[in-house]
Write a protein that binds this ligand. Structure first.
Ligand code: AMP
Length: 211
């Protein structure tokens, strides 16, 4: 029997996913957090794990290099979701994608294009295009919260969980673009060719499926 491959990423996704798999009797052969191995077998001969950078999960699944994966809705929206089914909201790693800035930032930029610092370039462009608002995107890869403070941007588009990071930097959330949670994604061809085993794994991930 060919192995099914499940793509995961370290951090929030792995922390939230491993307990679900364990409930379904699936455990990694080695602890991904303690190892540098990126391809890990599991207690089930027909299932292996790929440990990827979060933003790469949809790419591996879309090309069929992994049959299934777990990725945040933010990552999926930014990727575009082509060639992927999204059969299950896992309801884990929840947060909000927001527009945030220093108090008064929106009013100050009312008469000119809004300068938006973000790593979610596609999502930000779509969001403001729908509003007919002119923007200038400044692509960043981290520490987004700094951008408004040092005058690099009027606002940021970023993920917020507890709100502590915004608060610690004197920023406030102005608008929520999207509620985010981790989703199970499946390669479209795998869904057809391996339907039974894929469905079985989807069931294993259902919150109430394991009693
Ligand atoms: P917090 O201070 O709890 O609001 O967390 C905010 C910081 O954590 C920001 O730098 C976010 O980019 C990051 N963050 C929050 N939630 C997530 C998530 N679900 N996935 C990835 N990064 C997140």
């Amino acid at each position: 029997m060919t192995q099914l491959t499940l793509a995961l990423s370290k951090g929030r996704i792995l922390e939230a996913t491993l307990p679900r798999l364990a409930e379904a009797g699936i455990t990694p052969a080695i602890d991904p957090d303690q190892s540098r191995e990126l391809l890990i077998n599991t207690s089930r001969d027909d299932l292996r794990l790929l440990i990827l950078r979060a933003t790469d999960v949809p790419t591996f699944v879309a090309y069929g290099a992994a049959d299934m994966g777990v990725a945040g809705k933010d990552v999926l929206l930014e990727h575009g979701g082509r060639d992927l089914y999204e059969p299950l909201d896992l309801g884990i790693a929840g947060c909000r994608l927001v527009v945030a800035g220093l108090p008064g930032a929106l009013a100050a930029a009312e008469r000119r294009p809004l300068r938006v610092a973000t790593k979610f370039v596609g999502i930000a462009r779509d969001y403001y295009a729908r509003q007919g608002r002119q923007i200038e995107i400044i692509k960043l890869y981290g520490s987004m919260e700094l951008a408004p403070i040092v005058g690099l941007a009027d606002v940021i588009v970023d993920l917020v969980d507890t709100g502590n990071t915004l608060k610690a930097n004197g920023l406030e959330a102005f608008e929520t673009i999207q509620w985010i949670s981790a989703r199970l994604v499946v390669n479209k061809a795998a869904q057809k060719l391996e339907n039974e085993r894929v469905r079985e794994l989807i069931n294993a991930f259902e919150p109430d499926a394991n009693g």
